[in-house]
Design a protein around this ligand. Structure first.
Ligand SMILES: NC(=O)c1ccc[n+]([C@@H]2O[C@H](COP(=O)([O-])OP(=O)(O)OC[C@H]3O[C@@H](n4cnc5c(N)ncnc54)[C@H](O)[C@@H]3O)[C@@H](O)[C@H]2O)c1
Length: 315
């Protein structure tokens, strides 16, 4: 198997929200990157977004015009599926649909080298199921980035039933090379770790809204000004130890039975049925009409950059 240090060219499939930014990260860390998509307009948008992301980094003082030029010089954009023949390593970030992923992996399996590691950024489809479309499932695993990947530090590495330890180790090394925090998910569970935790919070937030105990903005405020603030520095188990296990043991005894166990998504499902999908349609739980969507994204990225600088920057 091609080891971490022998990997030079990375091919990223899918020039959407995730693939674009994943391609940027690899180029920022010195890899030659080819971003593949079936349609050219998506690649044009991706190129513009990467340029914009790098401009924001320059404005925030975390990058320079020279670094931007160097990153862009390491990137190419293509609709030619044969580009996968050049790959030393692959990250797939196409649609979250098992059949689409199977068809994609069957196609590239005929083109790619036999000794490379192939990964999927799936949000939660079982790796073992996706692997049914991959020629060498022992060299295949999940490499799950968080949105926006160029700013959020975590990568979950998910082993499928057939993933070899050596392949997981190579992904671990690559994750370190792109300056991300790798975590190995030992069992191929739906939603991995992060999305299980996230959706548990989402379910309870929807429940609190549904029973009229608080408004959307106040539920968001509770998260940002308490748990979110704390969770940037402490995990749940560290928080439990610091708070006192006896205290949390008492709370869990009366609160666990009262928490939502809903299997439907209430107000979120109603919004989706109305075509209100959030920032991308201009309306979700909040209003993003006019230029608000762009402003919200810019503010988010600037805040994430400040947080990153505070907690993780070596500069
Ligand atoms: N959006 C998120 O917050 C997030 C977070 C983590 C993981 N993911 C996962 O990352 C993957 C991509 O998600 P996204 O949000 O970037 O989606 P997206 O819809 O923004 O982008 C997907 C891109 O892939 C392209 N595509 C679709 N089928 C293709 C094919 N067969 N060949 C080549 N290109 C194809 C589309 O044209 C589109 O440009 C999904 O598996 C998703 O579950 C998403």
């Amino acid at each position: 198997m091609k080891s971490g240090s022998a990997i030079k060219t990375v091919v990223v499939a899918g020039a959407g929200t995730m693939g674009t930014s994943i391609a940027q990260i690899f180029a920022q860390s010195g890899f030659d990157v080819i971003l593949y998509n079936r349609r050219q307009p998506s690649l044009d948008r991706a190129q513009a977004r990467i340029s914009g992301n790098l401009d924001t980094a320059i404005q925030e003082g975390t990058s320079t015009a020279e670094e931007k030029a160097a990153v862009l010089s390491r990137m190419s954009f293509t609709t030619d599926i044969n580009a996968f023949a050049k790959a030393d390593y692959i990250v797939e970030g196409i649609a979250e649909n098992l059949e689409v992923k199977h068809e994609f992996f069957r196609t590239i399996s005929q083109i790619i080298s036999d000794d490379i590691v192939v990964t999927s950024n799936t949000s939660g489809l079982p790796i073992t199921s996706i692997a049914e479309g991959v020629k060498n499932p022992e060299r295949f695993a999940g490499m799950h980035f968080w949105n926006p990947p160029h700013l959020v530090p975590l990568v979950e590495i998910i082993k499928g039933e057939k993933t070899a330890d050596e392949a997981a180790q190579i992904i671990y090394d690559v994750t370190n090379r792109i300056h991300k925090k790798p975590v190995i998910v030992k069992k191929d569970i739906k939603g991995q770790i992060g999305n299980r935790l996230q959706l548990a919070i989402v379910r309870e937030a929807l429940h609190i809204l549904e029973i009229g105990a608080a408004d959307v903005a106040d539920i968001d405020a509770v998260m940002k000004y308490s748990l979110g603030f704390r969770y940037a520095c402490l995990g749940p188990f560290e928080s439990l130890d610091l708070g006192g296990l006896d205290v949390f043991d008492s709370i869990s005894k009366y609160l666990f039975p009262d928490l939502s166990d809903a299997v439907t998504d209430g107000e979120m499902g109603r919004l989706v049925a109305q075509g209100n999908l959030g920032v991308k349609t201009g309306r979700g739980f909040y209003d993003y009409s006019g230029d608000r969507a762009q402003k919200v994204i810019e503010e988010r990225d600037a805040n994430f950059m400040k947080l990153y600088q505070c907690l993780y920057s070596e500069k």
